[in-house]
Design a protein around this ligand. Structure first.
Ligand SMILES: [Zn+2]
Length: 400
């Protein structure tokens, strides 16, 4: 017979669950925590006392209760004291931010990344410099509990090696180790695929809060994605699951950076849109994509035709995903936010034809709520994962 969890294991689990509540929901009263967690008042009081003693939360009187009687104390995350570094490696930009417990961005630095030959040094160098600048500005009583990065590429589970990043020119890059070495904070660097992390961010803090089944599509130069099934990110065997951008929608179509033909990202990505609009070569990036959508809004026939063509392929891709995963919501983020807004009618008409009625009933199509920060917010959540799993232990280690 297998023994059940010990009292200590239950306590650790509950400490993590309580901290996660205030991290995601913000200041929460003890009474509310009692009902949400299904634990009794004295247990909540003891857990809160432990987290307070560790410096992870603090309790205070609510500002206004509007009710008679003794008010329930509010438990608030120590956002200014406990923080992580979140890094975002996109095709065109590098971002580093110091993010407090509770998800507050306390400080951030950003620079443009040049497209062209891949150089690990040109990514790690500026990010490490940004993080060290921000670190120097922190007070002595603050504590960093994690570092994580969102990377535009396929990241192997466990070792932080970027196996492929066709739009970055990255192959088998030991990003996590090099980043940790250059930071020299004595902390490992966690790394995840940017679109996977953005999917998690939208699910925990964005438009998909409360959705159990969600498909997120992320446009950078190419298209990435993240599939949330029953509340969990679908990782696949090696951690490379959710590469929706390389779903073949047009076998005789345009060539893709991955070597295949007619992948969703080859038909819908930045290059496809700009070429269809006759604008390829006159500028790239998010501004160039926005210019096409704006021109279509103003009635430019060429821009409208380009968006309609791209929207048709996007709708076909979404129809396939809807048929396979039957999500409650599909979210368009990154550059795809603009493309979807400019081609929603086309996407919807494709879905009406190609998605099974049973799978598209009740389906909601939405744009990202976190916008360009979705990947960064996702990286921060990855960095917080350990302290939320075992708060006291991780804080003791980080503070020592
Ligand atoms: Zn491809």
């Amino acid at each position: 017979m297998r023994a059940g969890p010990s009292q200590e294991e239950i306590r650790r689990h509950n400490l993590g669950a309580l901290l996660r509540h205030v991290h995601l929901s913000g200041p929460t009263s003890r009474a509310e925590l009692t009902s949400r967690m299904g634990l009794n008042r004295s247990t909540i009081m003891a857990l809160t006392a432990d987290l307070t003693a560790a410096g992870l939360v603090r309790e205070e009187l609510p500002r206004e209760t509007g009710r008679a009687g003794r008010p329930s104390l509010v438990v608030r995350p120590e956002s200014a004291r406990v923080y992580v570094f979140a890094l975002d490696v996109g095709v065109d930009r590098l971002v580093a931010a110091r993010v407090g417990l509770g998800g507050t961005i306390l400080d951030r630095r950003e620079t443009v990344r040049r497209r062209g030959a891949f150089s690990l040094d040109e990514i790690v160098g500026p990010l490490a410099a940004f993080a060290r600048q921000m670190h120097r500005k922190t007070r002595a009583d603050t504590v960093c509990v994690g570092v994580a990065a969102a990377f535009s590429g396929g990241v192997a589970r466990g070792d932080g090696v970027v196996r492929f990043g066709p739009n970055m020119g990255a192959v088998d890059v030991p990003f996590a180790d090099e980043m940790a070495r250059r930071l020299a904070f004595g902390l490992p660097v966690m790394v995840g695929n940017d679109a996977n992390l953005a999917a998690l961010a939208e699910h925990t803090r964005g438009v998909g809060v409360g959705c159990r089944d969600l498909v997120y599509l992320h446009g950078d130069v190419g298209i990435g994605g993240g599939v949330i099934v029953n509340g969990q990110l679908l990782g696949g065997h090696g951690g490379f699951g959710g590469e929706v951008g390389h779903m073949v929608v047009n076998p005789k179509g345009r060539s893709c950076g991955c070597g295949s033909l007619g992948c969703l990202e080859a038909e819908v990505g930045e290059r496809a849109l700009l070429e269809s609009a006759g604008l390829f070569g006159s500028g790239v990036g998010r501004d160039a994509v926005r210019a096409v959508v704006d021109a279509a809004d103003r009635g430019d026939i060429g821009a409208q035709a380009a968006l309609s063509r791209v929207g048709d392929w996007l709708g076909l891709g979404v129809a396939n995903l809807v048929n396979i995963f039957n999500p409650e919501m599909v979210v368009f983020g990154g550059m795809l936010r603009e493309i979807y807004l400019g081609s929603a009618a086309q996407v919807r008409s494709r879905l009406a034809v190609d998605a099974l009625p049973t799978c598209r009933d009740d389906l909601r199509l939405r744009t990202s709520a976190l916008g360009d920060d979705a990947t960064l917010v996702g990286a921060a959540e990855l960095a917080f994962a350990q302290v939320l799993a075992d708060p006291i232990e991780v804080l003791a280690r980080a503070g020592s």
